[in-house]
Design a protein around this ligand. Structure first.
Ligand code: SAM
Length: 303
């Protein structure tokens, strides 16, 4: 069905079981939505997801969080959909062209691994640090049997139909990673960040939720920032605030919020934003610079 641009009239009329069969039952009546009464909703949206590198990297880090890529190109959407299907059938498989380190980059061996290898325990002073690193690694490991059930992709024009798929304040993260630059001035209206669209993004993001942008095109970065900056519902985070994301609990923050684990996971998200999308990797290979920004969706009484 991803070959057709089919838009539900509202999120509740959508059959989410086709995307997340392990989280939703198929509707009892054909043609009826599965979106109501299940308590589970998509929380991360990757707008213009391309080949899906971001969400496929993030999915095991947030095994209980539903995430959706939106992509306008049919073949690209099909590619991502096939890739997710293959991962679901064989979750341990590694793409031979694309072998990747886990996003949580702690490489310290676990105490059990040291024991298995017959190594000595690390000296007492270092042991504490190693324990912490090991705990991070273990705690952010997906559960036994994890099989990419929380990630999917939709073909659609995100500039037109976002509120058909997502309710008000449903999302905790929305990503705009290496969006098409549309260089010519007369094409600027096709850019994915614009005053009208920002109102839509603010509508689907919950207070405390985060909007991410990254690009290798300086003019596009300036454009996105210059539209986001004056928009009252978004506040830009400083680099220090980005680095400490996840340490504080609050609305919009999911999972192990309010702990160093939460921070490690948010740092992994930024790492994926910068380096795990296909476009991000290409830019990296070409040695071109990247500029990013992260914005918090304010609550109405903060405005
Ligand atoms: N985010 C991906 C990455 O970093 O690898 C893809 C970047 S690519 C330069 C931009 C993508 O946005 C393309 O795959 C394009 O088809 C998609 N796109 C452009 N306009 C869109 C729209 N209105 N709705 C959904 N996707 C769109």
């Amino acid at each position: 069905s991803i070959h057709h641009l089919e838009y539900p009239s509202s999120p509740a009329t959508m059959d989410w079981s086709t995307h997340y069969p392990t989280f939703f039952d198929a509707p009892k009546v054909e043609g009826e939505g599965s979106g109501v009464g299940k308590g589970k909703k998509v929380e991360f949206a990757d707008v213009g997801c391309g080949f899906g590198g971001l969400l496929i990297s993030l999915a095991p880090l947030y095994p209980e969080t539903l995430m959706m890529g939106l992509e306008i190109r049919t073949q690209v959407t099909q590619y991502v959909s096939d890739k997710i299907r293959a991962l679901r059938l064989n979750p341990g498989s590694v793409d031979p062209d694309n072998p990747e380190e886990p996003l949580i980059t702690t490489t310290d061996p676990l105490p059990s691994e040291l024991a298995a290898a017959g190594s000595e325990q690390p000296p007492a002073k270092k042991a504490k640090v190693d324990d912490e690193a090991a705990r991070t690694r273990l705690a952010l490991q997906p559960p036994e049997g994890y099989a990419y059930g929380n990630v999917s992709v939709l073909r659609g024009n995100a500039m037109k139909f976002l509120p058909n798929f997502f309710d008000k304040a449903q999302l905790s993260k929305i990503f705009f990673l290496f969006p098409d630059p549309h260089f010519k001035a007369r094409k600027h209206k096709a850019r994915i960040i614009s005053p009208t669209l920002l109102a839509e993004y603010a509508y689907v993001l919950r207070p405390g939720g985060l909007l991410y942008t990254i690009t290798d095109v300086p003019d596009l970065h300036t454009w996105m920032v210059s539209h986001l900056e004056p928009f009252p519902l978004f506040k830009r985070l400083t680099e220090e605030e980005i680095d400490n994301l996840g340490l504080e609990s609050g609305e919009g923050v999911v999972g192990v919020e309010g702990s160093e684990l939460g921070r490690d996971r948010e740092r992994a998200v930024m790492e994926a934003v910068k380096r795990r999308t296909e476009e991000g990797k290409k830019v990296e290979r070409n040695g071109v610079g990247k500029q990013w920004s992260v914005w918090r969706r304010l609550s109405d009484d903060e405005v």
